[in-house]
Design a binder for this molecule. Structure first.
Ligand SMILES: [Ca+2]
Length: 548
């Protein structure tokens, strides 16, 4: 029992779990976490959580998750070890793209609540020391936005040039097609104005024309509005696509200049941070500028999109190569942002072919490699994909959270809401809610929830994982990934086994570990032998060790 408690609340354990390893003096991790999370680099130490408010918790029985529901779950998120939230779009929207088509930048969609509900969420989060980022979606608006409704009326109205118009479905200075899966043409004829408008996403999402300085001013004002309201920053949607020219469509110099302006708006409000949705699998280096004048963080699409491929092979090389490349590409001051699931990709469960050790090892790398982890809601329960489609196929990963276990035989049946709603959910639950709800998993030490809680507890209050250096150790065993995270007064070693079928021994000849290993997490073993380190790795194994 003590071992289980220790695994569940690792940070509180007085001594490391390894029976034979040394015992290092333990810091007060709660106090250390508070120190790290209240400092200027809080976003490097925080664990973020992406919330689809619509699917998280319904408070009024209409089957749609809302802000009051989210407030009622903040304690659960804090118990899990979450420090900051990223809310997917909550502004009014006709919902052609799940809220990524905004029709009013200064209000809350009535399905989610009111502006005072939002203020209450901010207050409740801040009272717990949690931060809240909102989705800033300003590459395009909804066709229902008043700006577009005005722009389409004529070629001479006050907002005639706020969108990208053309007499033909194409323009030489806009040489780009739609984003993948968003249709075959980036141009749609508007019958009112008698011209085509440009859109990188769905036709209901016309691109704003950033060559118009009024558009620049208006969208920067949107950012100011939410910062003044008290949000802790933004996740910026499709931000690299703001400008188009004959030179191209992605991250043009004018887009870089806009992001620098946005950063200045943000920096006028101390303690805020923003994270970019970059384009493509390459490094996100262009989003960081000199490391101080653009984004604080940008998502690592390489890891986010490819981890399932890498973990389906037995070689550690792709992971080592990737994180070495990221480390070399990003400027000083840049912080990578690591995820294994999001609203845009399949559930980690599906991408792992249902093999638990894959999403668990992928999550271990996410939490211990340099970068801020973003957990996608429900990942901590290993939510299964859904099958109903309301907007598009991505709805498979946007199903409601199952909170409660099924009723015991003889108990009153409370309906099909699984604690998410007392009504009928707006979209069907994913498969197997009876086995992937919080109530069931919270009491099961072998559950994905217990794994996440333990892993987040391991990261918590350990400066090495937030801002420490990375040293990847070459070994003689291609299936074992071995790396060192080090801060001023502590050193940790992480080992990840890529072979799911066999035991391996791996020797890193020049590990030069500063002390003997004490295992904190996982099932692998690590021994120091002079300057060498020797890993004993079970199939699909992992381990985190303290060596100083
Ligand atoms: Ca509701």
């Amino acid at each position: 029992m003590a071992a289980v408690l220790c695994a569940l609340a690792l940070a509180r354990c007085a001594s490391p779990a390894s029976p034979s390893g040394p015992v290092y003096p333990e810091k007060d991790r709660a106090a250390e976490a508070a120190r790290l999370l209240s400092g200027p680099e809080w976003y490097r130490h925080a664990v973020f959580y992406e919330v689809y408010v619509r699917s998280f918790q319904d408070s009024d029985g209409d089957g749609i998750g809302d802000l009051r529901g989210l407030v009622s779950r903040l304690d659960d998120l804090q118990t899990l070890g979450i420090d900051a939230l990223w809310l997917m779009p909550i502004m009014p929207s006709p919902f052609a793209d799940s809220g990524y088509d905004v029709s009013d930048y200064r209000a809350i969609d009535s399905a989610y609540g009111t502006m005072s509900d939002f203020d209450a969420l901010l207050a409740a989060a801040h009272a717990r020391g949690m931060r809240v980022l909102v989705d800033l979606v300003v590459n395009h608006t909804s066709v229902a936005h008043p700006w577009f409704q005005e722009s389409r009326q004529s070629r001479t109205n006050a907002r005639a040039d706020w969108y990208v118009w053309s007499d033909t479905p194409g323009r030489p200075d806009v040489p780009c097609g739609p984003m993948p899966t968003f249709g075959t043409s980036a141009w749609t004829l508007d019958p009112v104005r008698g011209q085509y408008y440009f859109h990188r996403f769905y036709p209901a999402q016309p691109d704003l024309d950033y060559w118009n300085p009024d558009v620049v001013a208006a969208t920067l004002d949107v950012a100011r509005f939410w910062l003044d309201r008290g949000v802790d920053g933004f996740r910026c949607d499709a931000i690299g696509l703001l400008y188009e020219s004959a030179a191209g469509c992605d991250m043009l110099p004018e887009t870089v200049a806009y992001i620098q302006q946005l950063r200045q708006v943000l920096d006028a409000h101390p303690g805020r941070a923003m994270v970019a949705e970059p384009i493509g699998f390459g490094t996100a280096a262009p989003y960081f500028g000199n490391g101080q004048d653009m984004f604080h963080m940008a998502f690592d699409f390489g890891y986010g999109f490819l981890w399932d491929t890498w973990f389906s092979a037995a070689s550690a090389q792709p992971l080592a190569d990737h994180f070495s490349a990221v480390q070399q590409a990003l400027p000083a001051g840049a912080q990578n942002a690591l995820y294994i699931g999001s609203h845009d990709v399949q559930r980690a469960f599906a991408r792992s072919m249902g093999i638990a050790s894959r999403w668990r090892r992928a999550a271990l790398v996410q939490m211990t490699m340099p970068g801020t982890p973003f957990v996608y809601y429900g990942e901590e329960l290993a939510l299964r994909p859904g099958s109903q489609v309301v907007v598009d196929g991505r709805d498979h990963a946007r199903t409601p959270m199952p909170w409660d276990a099924p009723p015991l035989p003889g108990a009153q049946w409370s309906g099909f809401g699984w604690g998410f709603t007392t009504g009928w959910p707006w979209i069907a639950f994913g498969a197997e809610p009876e086995g992937t709800n919080l109530e069931i998993e919270r009491d099961d030490p072998g559950s994905t929830y217990a794994f996440y809680r333990s892993l987040l507890g391991l990261r918590r209050g350990r400066e090495s994982f937030g801002t420490g250096t990375l040293r990847i150790l070459p070994t003689d065993q291609p299936s074992v990934l071995l790396y060192v995270r080090e801060s001023a007064d502590e050193t940790y070693v992480v080992a990840v086994g890529m072979d799911e079928g066999a035991w391996h021994t791996a020797v890193a000849a020049d590990a030069n570990l500063p002390g003997d290993p004490a295992r904190l997490f996982g099932d692998a073993r690590l021994a120091r032998d002079g300057s060498a380190a020797r890993v004993t790795m079970p199939p699909a194994g992992m381990g985190v060790f303290r060596v100083r």
